[in-house]
Design a protein around this ligand. Structure first.
Ligand code: NAD
Length: 492
């Protein structure tokens, strides 16, 4: 903890002194309007930095820079692009501890998880760096009278809009494939967590990324974000955030026919059958909702537990949730840190009353918590005796808040699991492989893990169904979004 505080002090001092500017065409610039907004600490509410508050004019400058840089970036030899992206990954690894420290301070996420965020960010760049060369690959499907060749070309400058929950990792996850595909980028990071997005753009420039290829414009969603989605030079929007915002972006982008890719909210079920390895399932249930403060789109926020083992399982779960360590995000022992912002804290706390009013029982937690610094802490909360129709079983709380619903048999488990507007992930625990696959087949979700917590393998498709998203990321799926498929037919 001491070492983390010592590392944080000069980083914070520099941030307070310098503030955060946009990074457009390789230059650090203030907002055209001269306006700024504040990013504050989830730990104690202190000012962390003032950031440029982007407007339509700033987005216009950034989109022009991305447009002007596009042709050279598109036409750069893929091997040269690969080298540059590996260079960014090297720079991320060299600054991994600084990135983790700033991420903890800006978001309230605990060090034990954020210390891996930079490594994962670097991996995202390496994975797509190695795919630069094959990004344009297509198919040759010869017919009787023609050679039929399909290939892929980058779509053009794209907009990337990211949320605050794991901002560094998510920014790399969207930006790396876009750059590998040959697109240039205008990034609008979340206004509650602008710090590491700025650092990413700085490191990319230092690693030699040409000016204009990655531009970062900070600001408010309804201002800078909206302007980005409406800009005619921006050909596609990759968005991660709330479902309602996705809807707004789709409407905003309609006039300029934007291609959209949405990674949205979730209310993901973990289904535990009575024949499962209950100890392993218990570990996974706890990890998948209380890690990352529960501010995680893939969190299993609904536990569906078979009635025959419910009492025994819940008894153990109660003990585990009570033992979770709430604390300062920079403390390596901390499991649950403060929530990102007072508005989000108020939202999560409002669900304690919702649970009570709905007639569910709060078995653990259910209150704000007075943690170090007095910031936006809440008690990890476990709600039992919930019915599938209750708000706590339907709505995304996006905090350390687990709702438990018992079920009798497989058919009921599937019905409850699917009875929400979302469809991002599902987790199934059972010893019977036939059942595991049957349930996986029946679940309305984009990603399903059987007898496992969420483990990400970068080539596999990532994305959701229903209100959880449109499109898939990962492997070549990202290239399908950032690139146009082009067909060429040659007479024999
Ligand atoms: P949000 O939708 O409020 O904001 C996300 C981003 O969109 C921010 O940068 C914001 O400034 C911008 N924005 C807001 N209004 C806009 C508008 N009208 N036009 C353009 N941009 C606009 O989401 P959040 O609260 O930052 O993040 C939490 C949400 O993100 C949760 O619902 C969570 O499930 C979801 N999420 C999903 C995934 C996934 O992969 N499916 C991953 C992480 C987070």
């Amino acid at each position: 903890l001491k070492a983390n505080h010592e590392r944080a002090a000069p980083l914070l001092k520099a941030l307070r002194a310098d503030g955060i500017g946009h990074r457009i065409n390789g230059e650090v610039v203030a907002a055209s309007s001269g306006e700024t907004f504040e990013t504050t600490s989830p730990i104690d509410g202190a000012l962390l930095a003032t950031a440029a508050r982007g407007t339509k004019e700033d987005i216009d400058k950034a989109a022009k820079a991305a447009h002007d840089a596009f042709k050279a970036w598109r036409d750069l030899a893929p091997a040269a692009r690969r080298k540059l992206l590996h260079g960014i990954a090297d720079a991320i690894e060299d600054h991994a501890d600084d990135i983790a420290t700033l991420e903890c301070i800006d978001t309230g996420q605990a060090w034990r998880f954020m210390s891996k965020a930079a490594v994962r960010g670097a991996e995202n760049f390496r994975f797509y760096a190695d795919r630069c060369v094959e990004a344009r690959d297509g198919l040759n499907t010869p017919a009787e009278e023609h050679w039929n060749i399909s290939t892929r070309v980058p779509i053009g400058p794209v907009g990337v809009i990211t949320p605050w929950n794991t901002p560094f990792m998510l920014s790399t996850w969207k930006i790396a494939p876009a750059l590998a595909a040959g697109c240039t980028v205008v990034h609008k990071p979340a206004e509650w967590s602008p710090i590491t997005a700025d650092l990413l753009a700085k490191l990319a420039k230092e690693a030699g990324l040409p000016d204009g290829v990655l531009n970062t414009v900070h600001g408010i969603g309804e201002e800078a974000g909206k302007a980005l989605t409406e800009h005619p030079a921006i050909k596609a929007i990759a968005f991660v955030g709330e479902s309602a915002t996705g809807s707004a972006i789709m409407a905003q982008g309609a006039k300029t026919l934007k291609r959209v890719h949405f990674e949205l909210g979730g209310k993901n079920p973990v289904i535990v059958f009575d024949d499962a390895d209950l100890d392993r399932a218990l570990d996974a249930v706890v990890f998948m909702i209380y890690s990352l403060n529960g501010e995680r789109c893939t969190s299993s926020s609904r536990l569906l537990i078979q009635s025959s083992v419910a009492d025994k399982f819940i008894e153990k779960l109660v003990a585990r949730v009570k033992a979770l360590k709430i604390g300062h995000p920079l403390d390596p022992a901390t499991e649950v840190g403060p929530l990102i912002h007072e508005r989000h804290h108020a939202k999560v706390c409002s669900y304690f009353d919702v649970a009570r009013k709905d007639g569910a029982t709060i078995a653990v937690g259910g209150k704000a918590h007075d943690g170090p610094g007095g910031g936006h802490y809440v008690q990890p909360t476990l709600v039992i005796d919930a019915k599938p129709g209750m708000r706590v079983a339907q709505e995304e709380v996006f905090g350390p808040f687990l709702t438990v619903i018992p079920f009798k048999d497989e058919a009921e488990a599937i019905a409850i699991a699917n009875d929400v507007q979302y469809g991002l992930t599902g987790y199934v625990w059972t010893a019977e492989m036939g059942r595991a696959l049957r349930v996986a087949d029946a679940l309305e979700a984009g990603m399903i893990w059987l007898n496992s917590e969420n483990v990400r393998h970068l080539p596999t498709p990532f994305g959701g169904m229903k209100a959880s998203g449109i499109g898939r990321d990962g492997g070549d799926y990202s290239f399908d979004f950032y690139m146009e498929t082009k067909h060429v037919s040659l007479a024999k």
